[in-house]
Design a protein around this ligand. Structure first.
Ligand SMILES: [Ca+2]
Length: 278
């Protein structure tokens, strides 16, 4: 979760710094803390399942800004440090800390806001009408879909829909992180269409896997998408019937994924109004 990287590392930095200061108060502790916190960030990036190099670099930059914010804040109140640095540095320290902390915490606050709005919109999961919805889905390794005006003849109301284009290398990949508790509903539905030739789209859903050895936790289905917009209904009974000896946990749904891949052929997917029905 990118939005928690900065605050997490700001917290690590302040904890390490307070510990070092309690052992031996010194202005050298700032650099030492920054080194330790960045080191922890580096190790955690290396030990993670390899993601894209860009994402890892971005995480490290976000960590660094969080660490600068935390140490800048501590330094703004540190008499020992303030007496050692020049006037300009002393004056700019609180400003730098404020900017860094703002950059660090705004995405987290924005994500929190999106979670509240997502809860209010439930059982609509995604209708591509609001800016906050961006925080509830992502496109790992592929281009973000554009939001376009609802075309004439589109079967549902609303002013925008998502238009995902084949990027050539990765295909279309839209991963949705819904509120997990779907109990009390019976069907997931959404509207899809192609802008040109018919192509197969994979729809997958998975619940939280209780442990690594448990049976498959995902249901996938191929859906043929063509120029006529269609509302696709996936009943929970259908999902359950394909699970082998295991109950699909509709109280802990983790992800809904739409994907399509036909490199070089330039397909485009229109998708809208992903919702649960009673
Ligand atoms: Ca819409």
């Amino acid at each position: 979760m990118h939005s928690l990287h900065g605050p997490g590392f700001a917290l690590i930095a302040i904890t390490v710094f307070c510990y070092l200061q309690s052992q031996h108060a010194s202005t050298g502790n700032y650099l030492l803390t920054a080194g330790i916190a960045m080191g922890i960030g580096l190790i955690s990036e290396i030990s993670q399942i390899p993601g894209s190099r860009n994402a890892q670099l971005k995480d490290l930059v976000v960590n660094g800004i969080g660490i600068i914010g935390a140490l800048g804040l501590a330094g703004s109140f540190d008499k020992q440090l303030r007496s050692k640095i020049g006037n300009l540095a002393r004056l700019s320290l609180p400003a730098v800390a404020s900017i860094a902390l703002t950059i660090t915490f705004v995405p987290t606050i924005w994500y929190g806001y999106a979670l509240v709005k997502q809860k209010q919109a439930f059982p609509t999961l995604l209708e591509f009408e609001h800016r906050w919805e961006r925080a509830t889905f992502n496109q790992p390794g592929s281009q973000s879909p554009n939001l376009v005006q609802t075309p004439a003849g589109w079967p549902i109301d609303g002013s925008t829909i998502a238009h995902a284009a084949e990027a050539g290398q990765w295909g279309i990949f839209l991963s949705l992180h819904p509120l997990p508790d779907w109990q009390g509903y019976s069907t997931l539905s959404f509207v899809v269409a192609s802008t040109g030739a018919e192509f197969p789209m994979a729809f997958c859903i998975r619940d939280v896997r209780p442990d690594k050895n448990s049976l498959s936790n995902r249901f996938c289905k191929r859906i043929y998408v063509n120029v006529t917009p269609q509302r696709v209904h996936i009943s929970f009974d259908e999902i359950q019937s394909k699970m082998e000896e295991r109950l699909f946990d509709f109280s802990r749904v983790e992800a809904v994924v739409f994907s399509a891949s036909r490199p070089g052929n330039g397909m485009e997917l229109l998708i809208d109004d992903i919702r649960l029905e009673l």
